[in-house]
Design a protein around this ligand. Structure first.
Ligand code: NDP
Ligand code: PYC
Length: 343
């Protein structure tokens, strides 16, 4: 785990949520939207998801100020088929839209064994793991996708078309918290490239290209006219394409390349879509062993084979430590919070 920055102050998780709620409300969110976003952002910070916690607060605020997103939007939930919930976020944030559709989604999963929620006209600026983990805590398997903004060049192409389009997956297991993975389908998340640029650090080779399409390790060149590459060459590129289809085409959202901030200076959040597939694993039980026990067997085998770190382990360890000791806030983070009107 990263060492806390010298001079960092620890604040309790609930206190951080309270402070961020105030910032969101002060910048035009309704009380309910502010509460959801604040908990989401503080949870990312609690889990040491550095590129999608407090780092995102200035972007949220400049986007709200720009008028690009509606912080008071009331999502519209539609029951479109036995296994299909559609939510129009009405140009608001994705998390309140997911909260609005969640009860109907769970009811459908319990009835059918599987259901999908497809959210459109929505802004997601956060860590996707937080959207899937609660389903696994209730005993379901969940798979989520978001498309973002065109910063990723398809394999072999010359211009950015795809977003950084993350996938997150969560499954219950018998002897521990849900096993979760959460990953951008770009070779690096845009947020991590931005952190590297801010700290004047190079990124590893294979992450991106400059404005002439040449490979570069200069984070600023990738952000300033260059682009990111998909992870895993043609394979990651195909998955990024699938996510565009699942998040945009399936529900009438924008593709990443259709996001256009030019009329709203300061806007940073993509207005696209999120799709989540939720499965009741007990419906598929073959009788071999309960689902969560089978997952535990698989994890045991992976560990026996030498995998010491599972996906999600780092976040869980950070969560345990930060809930106990408080969330470390660097002097720069404290200054940023104060500048945004937080106290
Ligand atoms: P990482 O590459 O850091 O990690 C991807 C996954 O692999 C995580 O589940 C991680 O677990 C796991 N992992 C990392 N290293 C190891 C290892 N050595 N052994 C086993 N497992 C490992 O994530 P990304 O940089 O791709 O994504 C960062 C965040 O950016 C995500 O939360 C994502 O949702 C977010 N994002 C959001 C977007 C949006 O539109 N809102 C767009 C793109 C990204 P662990 O988490 O425990 O480290
Ligand atoms: O880090 O790639 C990213 C990202 C895009 C939108 C929100 N986060």
């Amino acid at each position: 785990m990263k060492k806390p920055v010298p001079g960092a102050r620890r604040v309790p998780f609930d206190r951080l949520i309270e402070c961020l709620t105030g910032i969101f409300e002060r910048h035009g969110c309704s009380a309910s939207v502010a509460a959801i976003l604040a908990e989401n952002c503080a949870s990312a910070e609690r889990d040491a998801a550095e590129s999608h916690g407090l780092f995102r607060m200035p972007g949220y605020v400049s986007t709200l100020r720009s008028g690009w997103v509606d912080g008071r939007a009331l999502p519209v939930v539609e029951d479109v088929a036995p296994g299909f919930v559609r939510v129009d976020a009405q140009n608001g944030f994705t998390q309140p839209a997911l909260a609005a559709g969640r009860a109907l989604l769970i009811e459908k999963v319990r009835t059918n064994g599987i259901a999908i929620i497809a959210i459109r006209n929505s802004h997601h600026f956060a860590a996707l793991s937080l959207d899937v983990e609660p389903f696994a805590s209730e005993g379901f398997v969940a798979l989520a996708f978001i498309n973002s903004m065109a910063v990723v060049v398809p394999h072999g192409a010359k211009a950015a078309v795809f977003g950084t389009n993350p996938i997150a997956f969560a499954s219950p297991r018998a002897d521990g918290p849900p096993v979760v993975f959460d990953m951008a389908t770009s070779a690096m998340a845009h947020g991590d490239v931005s952190l590297a640029a801010r700290e004047n650090r190079p990124v590893p080779p294979g992450i991106g290209v400059d404005s002439a399409g040449q490979p570069t390790t200069d984070a600023a060149a990738i952000l300033g006219g260059g682009a990111l590459l998909p992870f895993g060459g043609h394979k990651g590129s195909a998955i990024a394409m699938m996510i565009e289809i699942l998040c945009a085409a399936i529900v009438g959202s924008r593709f990443s390349y259709e996001v256009d901030w030019s009329s709203h200076p300061g806007a940073k959040t993509p207005n696209t879509g999120e799709t989540i597939i939720v499965i009741d694993p007990n419906r598929g039980n073959s009788g071999l062993a309960p689902f969560a026990a089978r997952v535990e067997e698989l994890i045991g085998e992976m560990q026996e084979a030498g995998q010491e770190r599972l996906p999600g382990d780092r976040r869980q360890a950070a969560r345990r430590e930060r809930l106990r000791e408080g969330i470390p806030l660097s002097p720069a983070a404290i200054a940023m919070i104060e500048e945004l009107g937080g106290h």
